[in-house]
Design a protein around this ligand. Structure first.
Ligand SMILES: C[S@@+](CC[C@H](N)C(=O)[O-])C[C@H]1O[C@@H](n2cnc3c(N)ncnc32)[C@H](O)[C@@H]1O
Ligand SMILES: [Zn+2]
Length: 352
């Protein structure tokens, strides 16, 4: 494999030569520089832990593991099914003089061989993480963290409804808030996986960027916590005519039955954002942006204006109007046309 040396964060990495392989998936080992912010935020989580054991369960070049070791002092476990990946991941660990172990196993075997072993389990596969989450949960120490990436965004957010049902057991539709729906679906799926193992897994951060969704969850207790958390994985009622949507919403709208979407996570997706100190300007400003976001499902202003057959409204003016009526409002990273507010759908729709 043709390689080059790059620096990501504070870490030197040997990766496939980007001038030779046009796209990350063309190289014998996968490396996507666009996932940097994702890895940076993982490092932020690890920096809060004391000598954490980090499982880079599907490590590819071991970029996450190398950064975890180098920038957060983690003991690193590098694993991948591809032997060429394991070999370059080992080189990256050596390049950064890390305390690391490497293995060349199927991720589920690797994780199930390491039950209750890791302070942070990272699951970053090609496509769907659904088949790895159960073993990832079992590999977490009590009070550990789980980071899960999904690139099958269409299955989670309503473009591929059968795939959503198959992989995640969720009903989806294409909506105006599709990427938030996808992140909440992934978070809800992980909460349910925790509950299956009598473990309380709480989503503490979730976001959607470019072509992936990422959620971070904290192990917060046993079955009592799982009981509380699973109650927050709820169905949304959605009306395709006007765009009405609400958790446990009305069963009829615009003279028709509303559609069931989900179940998905109905809690905060930004709880950890304020406590994390980003490792660089990019991740800091992204975390700041997340910490300013409210918890409600977003309204997509352009989408709703289209439903009303009116021209799009100015976001700033609309926010002002919402505030004048006594509600709180924030923007959201999910969409430039998205607003989050405690104002109910009917009033917001009327305000447009
Ligand atoms: C998206 S890449 C991981 C990227 C990496 N986490 C990073 O930050 O650069 C997915 C990796 O999963 C590996 N893989 C795919 N199926 C696997 C399996 N069943 N068990 C272990 N590794 C697997 C692939 O070889 C590939 O290296
Ligand atoms: Zn309606």
């Amino acid at each position: 494999m043709k390689t080059e040396l790059v620096t990501e964060g504070k870490t030197r990495l040997k990766v496939p030569d980007s001038s030779f392989y046009e796209k990350p998936e063309d190289a014998p080992v996968f490396f996507n520089p666009e996932m940097k912010v994702n890895r940076s935020i993982t490092v932020s989580f690890l920096q809060k832990l004391d000598e954490p054991k980090f499982s880079d369960s599907l490590c590819a070049t071991g970029a996450s593991g190398a950064r975890a070791g180098n920038e957060a002092g983690a003991k690193v476990f590098l694993n991948d099914l591809n032997p060429e990946a394991v070999s370059i991941a080992k080189e990256n660990a050596e390049l950064n003089e890390l305390d690391a172990e490497a293995s060349n196993e199927e991720a589920n075997l690797f994780l199930s061989r390491n039950q209750r072993e890791f302070d942070f389990v990272d699951v970053d596969p090609f496509g769907s993480p659904s088949r790895y989450v159960d073993n990832a949960v079992e590999a977490m120490k009590p009070e550990g963290f789980l980071g899960v990436t999904a690139t099958d965004t269409g299955a989670l957010s309503g473009s591929f409804r059968n795939a959503g049902l198959r992989r995640y057991g969720i009903k989806t539709l294409r909506t105006g808030f599709y990427n938030e729906l996808g992140v909440r679906a992934l978070a809800g799926f992980c909460v349910k996986a925790g509950a299956r193992h009598e473990i309380g897994l709480k989503p503490v951060l979730g976001f959607g960027l470019k072509h992936f969704f990422r959620v971070f969850l904290e192990r917060v207790g046993k079955k009592e916590k799982a009981n509380d958390l699973i109650k927050k994985v709820k169905e949304i009622r959605y009306c395709g005519e006007c765009g009405y949507r609400a958790f446990n919403g009305k069963k009829e709208c615009c003279g028709k039955k509303t559609n069931v979407v989900g179940p998905v996570w109905n809690g905060s997706l930004t709880e950890a954002a304020e406590e994390l100190s980003g490792v660089d300007e990019e991740s800091k400003s992204f975390l700041d942006r997340l910490s300013d976001e409210r918890d409600e499902l977003m309204y997509n202003v352009h989408f709703l204006c289209k439903k009303k057959s009116i021209p799009p409204k100015s976001m700033e003016e609309l926010m002002q109007k919402v505030r004048e009526r006594g509600f709180s409002v924030s923007r959201t990273h999910f969409s430039d046309f998205g607003l989050k507010t405690d104002m109910g759908f009917d009033e917001f729709f009327e305000l447009l």
